[in-house]
Design a protein around this ligand. Structure first.
Ligand SMILES: Cc1cc2nc3c(=O)[nH]c(=O)nc-3n(C[C@H](O)[C@H](O)[C@H](O)COP(=O)(O)O)c2cc1C
Length: 190
């Protein structure tokens, strides 16, 4: 069975809304792939995370929206794993991104995060990102509207996870550009 890692970037870890979404995703995936979940807020060392990433065939990223940004544990992870850009830890591995929010800011996060993930080396299959919001949930629960189909909701998990699973079989010898792994933290300002 292929191995899928789910990374929860919420500062509320296993007790928040992201964790609830992860439980739903796990239920949908459990008969198809082996799923591991890491709540990044509780992460003690990067070594364990790197080992989890190395073992995984694909990665799902889940975060809420916090003042227009992804969660601080997610940001800390991106900063800490910078030297693995373009390595086999990431290169060519399919990913999908799930952003939760109350009302505004999530699509910017989704697009920026997909940009970061592509730069690190991940493969972004088509239609593998969504923003799930309280406001669209409330809108959808109201009066029947011809616009309902245009809002992301939990039903979209099927297409997103379906595309992600299909992409796990893609085998291409991707190349990496040269990466400076020694000096990216050094002081350059004279
Ligand atoms: C500190 C904080 C800041 C937030 N900022 C925003 C925001 O800018 N836009 C928004 O739509 N929702 C915002 N939210 C709502 C969360 O994104 C939303 O409830 C999300 O589901 C939280 O997931 P979690 O419970 O796993 O942390 C904020 C919530 C918190 C706690």
């Amino acid at each position: 069975m292929k191995q899928v890692l789910i990374l929860n970037g919420s500062p509320n870890g296993s007790t928040g809304n992201c964790a609830k979404l992860i439980t739903k995703i796990e239920k949908l995936l459990k008969s198809i792939v082996k799923v591991r979940v890491v709540h990044l807020d509780k992460l003690k060392t990067n070594t364990s995370l790197i080992n989890e990433l190395k073992k995984s065939d694909g990665v799902l990223f889940v975060t809420g929206t916090y003042w227009d940004s992804w969660g601080s544990p997610m940001q800390a992870m991106f900063e800490d794993l910078t030297e693995f850009e373009g390595t086999h830890v990431f290169l060519g591995k399919p990913c999908a991104v799930f952003v939760l929010m109350h009302s505004v800011g999530g699509k910017g996060i989704l697009s920026r995060m997909q940009g970061v993930l592509s730069t690190l080396g991940f493969l972004i299959p088509p239609m593998t990102g969504m923003v799930l919001s309280l406001v669209s949930q409330l809108a959808k629960s109201g009066k029947n509207s011809k616009h309902k189909k245009d809002f992301w909701d939990l039903d979209d998990l099927n297409a997103i996870l379906g595309n992600f699973i299909l992409a796990l079989d893609i085998k291409i010898p991707w190349q990496s550009w040269p990466v400076d792994r020694d000096n990216f933290r050094s002081v350059w300002l004279k």
